[in-house]
Design a protein around this ligand. Structure first.
Ligand code: CDP
Length: 224
C-alpha cells in the first residue's frame, strides 16, 4: 500500500465528520465519509420500494446500482443514478433504516470493496465505524472518537435543529441509541475500537482541540 490511510471511527455524533474533514485538509489528504455510502444505498432501497427486510432483493439491487466515484473539493464523492445526494440521505427515514441496511453482509462486502478501491485516488482520511477494524486494518494511523451519550444527542440535536424536519431532543436521543445498538451488536464488522487505535473522549473537548490532538500524532504525515 503506497497511499496512506488515516482511519477515524466512532459512534454517531462523536464529532467524526467535522474532525475528519479538518484533519484531511490539514494533511492535504482526501476526505471520505463512508457512512454516506450506507446512507446512499438506503436511500436507493427506499426509493425503489424494496423492502428493507428483504436482504436478497437488496443484494440484487446492489449488483446493478449505478454508482460513480469522483474527487472534488478535497474529498472522494459519489453519484447514484447520476445524482450527488445531499439532504435526501440525512432524512429521518434514512436515519431509521440505515443501520439495518448496513448490517446486511451483501451490503457490507460491496461498500467495503468500494471503500478499499478509493485508495487509488490518493492519501485518505476515512471516517466510519469499521475503517480501522475491517476496511483498512493494516493502516498504522487509527483513531476512535467517542463522547457521552447525552453529549452526542445534544450535538446531533443542535446540528439538525434548524433542519426541515422537526424532531424533539428525546426523538434524536432515542434514534441515536437505536442505531448504536444495531451498529455495536451486528455480527459483521460491528463498531469496535480497532487494535492499536488512539481513543479520544471528546465529551469535554471542542473541535479545535480534537483536530490539534490528532494532527500532533500525525506529524510524520504532514507536508514539510
Ligand atoms: O451521521 P452519523 O455519524 O450518525 O452516521 P454515518 O457515519 O452517516 O453512518 C450512518 C450509518 O451507516 C451508521 O449508523 C452505520 O449503521 C452505518 N455505517 C457502517 O456500518 N459502517 C461505516 N463504516 C459507516 C457507517
Amino acid at each position: 500500500m503506497t497511499n496512506k490511510v488515516v482511519a477515524i471511527d466512532g459512534p454517531s455524533a462523536s464529532g467524526k465528520s467535522t474532525v475528519a474533514k479538518r484533519v484531511a485538509a490539514g494533511l492535504e489528504f482526501l476526505y471520505v465519509d463512508s457512512g454516506s455510502l450506507y446512507r446512499g444505498i438506503t436511500w436507493k432501497v427506499l426509493k425503489e420500494g424494496v423492502s428493507i427486510m428483504d436482504a436478497d432483493k437488496v443484494a440484487v439491487m446492489l449488483k446493478t446500482v449505478d454508482i460513480f466515484f469522483f474527487v472534488a473539493a478535497g474529498a472522494v464523492r459519489f453519484k447514484i443514478d447520476g445524482v450527488e445526494l445531499k439532504n435526501e440521505i440525512r432524512t429521518v427515514e434514512v436515519n431509521e433504516n440505515v443501520s439495518k441496511i448496513a448490517a446486511m453482509p451483501a451490503v457490507r462486502s460491496q461498500v467495503v470493496s468500494w471503500l478499499r478501491d478509493m485508495h487509488r485516488f490518493g492519501n485518505l482520511v476515512m471516517e466510519g465505524r469499521d475503517i480501522g477494524t475491517a476496511v483498512f486494518p493494516g493502516t498504522e494511523y487509527k483513531f476512535y472518537l467517542d463522547a457521552s451519550e447525552e453529549e452526542r444527542a445534544r450535538r446531533r440535536f443542535q446540528e439538525i435543529h434548524d433542519g426541515v424536519e422537526k424532531v424533539t431532543f428525546s426523538e434524536v436521543n432515542e434514534s441515536l441509541k437505536r442505531r448504536d445498538t444495531i451498529d455495536k451488536g451486528r455480527k459483521l464488522d460491528p463498531l469496535r475500537v480497532a487494535p492499536g487505535a488512539v481513543i479520544i473522549d471528546t465529551t469535554s473537548m471542542n473541535i479545535d482541540q480534537v483536530v490539534a490532538f490528532i494532527l500532533e500524532r500525525l506529524k510524520p504525515l504532514l507536508r514539510k
